[in-house]
Design a protein around this ligand. Sequence first.
Ligand code: GLN
Length: 304
Amino acid sequence: MEILLDKIIKKNKIKTKFGTVASYIPGLNKAKKEDLGICLLDMDGNKYMCGNYNKKFTIQSVSKPIALMLAMLDNGVDYVFSKVGTEPTGDAFNSIIRLETATVKKPYNPMINAGAIAVSSMIKGENKEDKFKRLLEFFKLITENNTLTFNEEIYSGENRTGHKNRAMAYFMKDQGIIESSVEDGLDVYFKQCSIEVTAVDLAMIGMFLARNGSLSTGEKIISDYEAKAIKSLMMTCGMYDGSGEFALKVGIPSKSGVGGGIMSVLPNKLGIGIYGPSLDKKGNSIGGDGILEDLSKKLNLSIF
Ligand code: GLN
């Protein structure tokens, strides 16, 4: 397995030249474009790692399914989906357009920024600090990594410059989608996006979902239905407006982030974490995408 991973990483390193590191959030552009790493976990407890699997990066949008899990636990699935839809958009992850034009007045899904901000505003807590503290504890539980923290510089940079996210949040407040404090919701969202992880942490999240919401100890954290909802939304919306092509070429439920992470789940089989900060035009890791395509073809991993 390690030999295969090494080969696939070497092959896809070439692709990283053709992408760009995200720079719209201050600090993200410090990443090294050519970095590429993977961690793969299976149900028997085997762990395979290759490349820059140990490098820390901010989780960004890969945080969206995890925040969704806690919002479901806090509010119930029906309430969450009464405020956020379950349909792909075909638009960019940060698009604002459908918030006003949609016939049903709610963000299309929890994997795009608008939907994710609405979800983060549903996390319960006394104040914004308490809300994020609960969410960070939840991240630690799922990744089984007690050392997780968030990157202050990236958080404050995004808080300072995230005008479009802020605009969408206030629009959703006007529409009654966000019921709690807008600024609390945004603060939780910006902080969760700046949680620092490695490919190993992402593989642990993937494995948690592969086990339908159980920790490695067997402890059940979310219901089968909730786990299935997360995985299906990852499949249909997790790679934004690249989700359809990704389903065709790779066929593995996955979630990407502009920090370069991809978290993938092969139900009942594998958890995969990838790091590769060079992004394609849609904001997905260009090398990570290539790695998953090769891996899926070589090991016949498509769920379809
Ligand atoms: N924090 C980023 C944003 O809101 C997350 C986007 C992403 O990873 N696609 O723009």
